[in-house]
Every structure is written in C-alpha cells, then in structure tokens.
Design a protein around this ligand. Structure first.
Ligand SMILES: [Zn+2]
Length: 91
C-alpha cells in the first residue's frame, strides 16, 4: 500500500484524468493532487465530485481502482455532481 506524502488543491496546467471517476478534465480545472510514494513517487488527481464522494463514503487508507468511484456507484456519483453544480449556481 502506498502512503500519501502530500495533498494539495491545484489548478491544473495540463489535462488530467481524475483517479476516482476516470474522466479527463481540461487544463485550468481545480483538482486535488495527492502525491504518493510506493516504490516510486506518483501523483493522482481528484475532481471535486470525487473529493466530495470520498469524504462521504470512504476513509483515509481505503483504496479504489482507477475510475472505481463512479463505476462502483454511477447514480450516487451523479447525485453529488448535481449537488455541487447547484451549489455553484446558487453561489
Ligand atoms: Zn472524479
């Protein structure tokens, strides 16, 4: 199992696929970047929907496969996506 050595929210300069949902987001998206060290250093990116989904359903140390959050629960994921969209629209 890999350890997270840093977590930060970044505005991406390149397009990155979100680890949780597997969707590719364009440059300029605010995403959480988790840097992990296993036998090598790696960074995975999380979109806001997956960050929220993770907070509600998972705990530190849980592991998901690439794209697994959305694949495992497409409806629950979509519900959160809509919630965030509305929150954004209402300011
Ligand atoms: Zn995502």
């Amino acid at each position: 199992m890999s350890d997270i050595i840093s977590t930060k929210v970044v505005t991406t300069r390149k397009s990155h696929a979100c680890w949780g949902c597997g969707i590719k987001y364009p440059p300029g998206t605010r995403m959480q970047a988790d840097t992990t060290v296993d036998d090598r250093i790696d960074t995975v990116y999380w979109c806001p929907v997956c960050q929220e989904y993770w907070d509600r359903h998972f705990e530190y140390g849980d592991e998901v496969m690439f794209g697994g959050l959305r694949r495992g629960d497409p409806e629950g994921w979509e519900t959160i996506r809509q919630e965030l969209e509305q929150r954004e629209a209402s300011g």
